[in-house]
Design a protein around this ligand. Structure first.
Ligand SMILES: Nc1ncnc2c1ncn2[C@@H]1O[C@H](COP(=O)(O)OP(=O)(O)OP(=O)(O)O)[C@@H](O)[C@H]1O
Ligand SMILES: [Mg+2]
Length: 273
């Protein structure tokens, strides 16, 4: 794949990265990384524009999160929240904008190489293999790792004891909340620096939601950045270091979770009063 950003900005990375696009090791096609901008947040998807066909879904939206912090994206159905997550993970070709992680411009990397660069992604749908056991799901999460992943698996089981008890059961037999735990656990198996979660509490009870949010806070405290889309906007903003209200693929409001919760306009329009 050619680098769609090659002609924009001062991005001549040949000095620091002489490897031309398309010659990365392996037979998958992924471009080179380039240096990020100084003063970048840990992760930033900046000025993202693009969609699935002719019409853009993302209209210049910017999402960022610092190390060990929790960023929450809220907004109406169809606002482009999942599309923005896919763009950051490299599942969508951006027409404009860039994605930078930990000091590197990773805009030209495919999803697999973004995982290697430190991203873990739990998509909104189909985020576990239902006919595989819990343990097999976690093993699948580790497939890019060549080293011994048993310790990481143990850590996942300590974080989610309920799924540890069901490690030999098929993921499809678990409750919705436990399936989401497996999905998060699977993403943790690559030891990501950034964990992206698209509606991790969809379809779970309020108690299970609180429990999952507690685990997400625990994960962030280990230094992992969290970028999370949530329908349970109030509860999610309560644990957010930074919150984004996305409307029609663009940033409508940005602030700390507390600022957004205190904004009457945000409350009335997006948080149900
Ligand atoms: N694979 C696709 N092909 C074409 N259009 C798509 C595709 N996925 C999403 N869209 C469209 O892009 C727009 C944004 O969808 P997206 O799933 O990103 O919204 P969202 O904010 O995540 O919504 P929700 O809250 O319902 O999850 C919608 O109009 C949707 O119909
Ligand atoms: Mg969505």
């Amino acid at each position: 794949m050619s680098d769609p950003f090659a002609n924009r900005g001062n991005r001549d990375a040949s000095v620091v990265n002489p490897r031309p696009a398309g010659t990365a090791e392996g037979n998958h096609h992924s471009g080179p990384t380039r240096p990020g901008h100084s003063g970048d947040p840990f992760l930033i998807g900046e000025g993202m524009r693009g969609g699935y066909g002719k019409a853009d879904i993302l209209n210049g939206c910017t999402l960022a999160v610092e190390k060990g912090q929790i960023a929450v994206i809220v907004g109406p159905n169809g606002a482009g929240k999942s599309t923005a997550m896919k763009a950051i993970f490299g599942m969508l070709n951006l027409r404009e904008g860039s994605v930078r992680l930990d000091g590197q411009d990773i805009s030209a990397l495919n999803p697999q190489d973004r995982v290697k660069a430190g991203m873990g992604f739990v998509p909104q749908v189909a985020n576990v293999f239902p006919t595989m056991t819990v343990e097999e799901n976690l093993e699948m999460g580790a497939y890019l790792r060549g080293d011994d992943f048993r310790e990481t698996m143990q850590q996942v089981y300590e974080l989610f004891p309920a799924v540890a008890d069901k490690r030999r059961q098929n993921a499809g037999e678990l409750s919705g909340g436990q399936r989401q735990q497996v999905a998060v656990g699977r993403a943790l198996m690559t030891r990501p620096k950034l964990l992206m979660l698209d509606e991790p509490t969809a379809g779970v009870s309020p108690i299970v939601m609180d429990e999952l949010f507690d685990r997400i806070i625990e994960i962030a405290r280990t230094g992992i950045s969290i970028l999370m889309v949530e329908q349970n906007a109030k509860q999610a903003l309560e644990i957010a270091d930074i919150g984004y209200v996305l409307v029609q693929g663009a940033n409508r409001y940005t602030g700390t979770g507390a600022q957004l919760m205190a904004d009457p306009e945000v409350r009335r329009t997006f948080l149900g009063g």
